[in-house]
Design a protein around this ligand. Structure first.
Ligand SMILES: Cc1cc2nc3c(=O)[nH]c(=O)nc-3n(C[C@H](O)[C@H](O)[C@H](O)COP(=O)(O)OP(=O)(O)OC[C@H]3O[C@@H](n4cnc5c(N)ncnc54)[C@H](O)[C@@H]3O)c2cc1C
Length: 445
């Protein structure tokens, strides 16, 4: 007999999304959350799906990757999108919500659903192989201590991370390549890096602005953290002395200009973010700088004067697994077939992306129950992109927001600039999702 029992651990954005989707599809869902008995360092409200910081779900425009993600989730009947749309407040082109009404709305739906049983309990262990039961593990980036100890056993200690270190991503078409050159250090492995060379004067003014730039405010529980030496914020390295960056991420050794043979005082390296090389990340530039300061200071780097930031750098307390090693495309664990990991713990970043991963996991549980094991998500969609992000081999894996680098490049040249290209990618994604829904009509039930 098909499995129709689901246990969901964590009633945040991912957990509520998964619970309501599966309950709608006649699964018997048991949802655990440790609230209101116990709270993480950031949660305060006794309701589920709490927004712990901003009340904005970011842009609602199809020229924006998270806008596309919203449109895809609406097509799939997302409970989180339905709650956001019903509790929205005016915020220009962004989708912002009344946070109390938003989480109240979802809590009420969960509590009143006949197929969902809510249990207030801190889960510290469970049997991932329990016959006849699917598990969705979605305890969020601040998962309780007891459960994270158990998680280390499930994943292996080396595959559980407690902080993220995200470097900015720049779109290539905004880089002035007349000032940069492609090369690998000591010519090893092909000319894979885009290098931004600096002379001494440029380096010193960049260094001075970097150490004085304004940083984001850390949450109380993040202040006393110890930083990994191998993964310090760029501005922190700079503060250790004038030359510290030149001996670290801006090391110029082994990098000569391929045509002139010239050597430089310092070099910022950018690594490809997607197969086609449409996006590059700034190697070693994980940072606490405010976004406006990232634009101001990082645009001092030669070639990046007009850089368009596809994603900003950040660093914060965030428990996440090394997903490419551990997860399949459907967010299930390679080692435990019926255990799905969703939310920020799975290596996505952001409210919407967390909810989206809960939706994908729930959809694939439904496919499993229907015996449609080999189904996959359309690759041109942002949801498909998130699935690839967590499951494709990646030695440098870090959590990520939805970004256009996650979907394949346009098949042909799109005229009209960046906005037109993005709108094209969104229209293409939504068309392919609509086609997929026609082939799988039960998803829209
Ligand atoms: C401080 C902070 C601020 C953030 N600000 C933003 C922001 O402004 N915008 C944005 O897009 N993203 C933000 N994020 C990132 C992320 O999008 C959110 O954390 C998001 O809520 C993650 O969704 P989730 O479903 O994975 O986890 P959560 O929404 O955190 O839900 C997890 C739930 O699991 C419960 N839980 C934890 N451990 C256990 C256990 N052992 N047993 C039972 N229940 C448990 C918790 O009580 C909680 O209700 C922030 C993250 C943090 C940590």
């Amino acid at each position: 007999m098909a499995v129709k029992q689901v246990r969901i651990i964590g009633g945040g954005l991912a957990g509520c999304e998964a619970a309501l989707f599966l309950a709608k599809h006649e699964f018997s869902v048991t949802l655990y959350d440790m609230k209101p008995e116990k709270y993480t360092e950031a949660h305060r409200a006794d309701t589920l799906a709490e927004l712990v910081c901003s009340n904005s779900f970011r842009s609602d425009s199809l020229a924006n990757a998270v806008g596309l993600l919203k449109a895809e989730m609406r097509l799939l009947g997302s409970a989180v999108m339905e709650a956001a749309d019903s509790t929205k407040i005016p915020a220009g082109s962004a989708l912002a919500v009344d946070r109390a009404k938003f989480s109240g709305h979802l809590t009420e739906k969960v509590m009143n659903h006949p197929n969902i049983r809510f249990i207030s309990k801190e889960v510290t262990e469970f049997d991932p192989d329990e016959p006849g039961v699917f598990t969705v593990l979605s305890p969020g980036p601040l998962v309780s201590k007891g459960l994270s100890v158990f998680l280390q056993k499930l994943t292996g200690e080396e595959h559980l991370n407690f902080y993220d270190a995200i470097a900015p991503i720049i779109s290539r078409d905004s880089i002035d390549e007349s000032k940069t050159f492609m090369a690998s250090r000591y010519d090893k492995g092909g000319a894979d890096y885009l290098n931004c060379p600096m002379d001494r004067k440029t380096y010193l003014s960049f260094y001075k602005e970097l150490i004085e730039a304004e940083t984001t405010k850390l949450h109380g529980f993040e202040k006393d953290r110890k930083l990994f030496e191998g993964c310090l914020p760029a501005e922190e390295i700079a503060r250790r002395g004038e030359d510290a960056l030149r001996f670290g991420p801006l090391k110029p050794v082994g990098l000569r200009h391929p045509e002139t043979g010239e050597e430089f005082y310092a070099v910022v390296q950018l690594r490809k973010e997607d197969r086609e090389g449409r996006y590059f990340n700034l190697v070693g530039f994980q940072t606490h700088l405010k976004q406006g300061e990232q634009r101001r200071v990082f645009r001092m780097i030669p070639g990046l004067e007009a850089a368009h930031f596809e994603r900003y750098g950040s660093m914060h307390r965030n428990t996440f697994i090394n997903s490419p090693e551990l997860l399949n495309f459907d967010f299930s664990m390679k080692k435990y077939r019926n255990l799905f990991v969703a939310g920020q713990l799975s290596g996505v970043e952001g409210y919407l992306e967390s909810a989206a991963s809960g939706l994908i996991a729930a959809i694939f549980i439904l496919f499993r129950e229907k015996g449609m094991e080999t189904s996959f998500f359309p690759e041109k969609t942002m949801l498909g992109g998130l699935s690839r992000h967590v499951s494709m081999p990646n030695a440098q894996f870090q959590p990520s927001n939805a970004i256009f680098a996650m979907v394949p490049a346009p098949e042909q040249r799109i005229r009209g600039g960046r906005r037109a290209r993005r709108e094209y990618l969104s229209t293409r994604a939504l068309d392919s999702l609509k086609e997929y829904l026609t082939e799988n009509p039960f998803l829209q039930q």
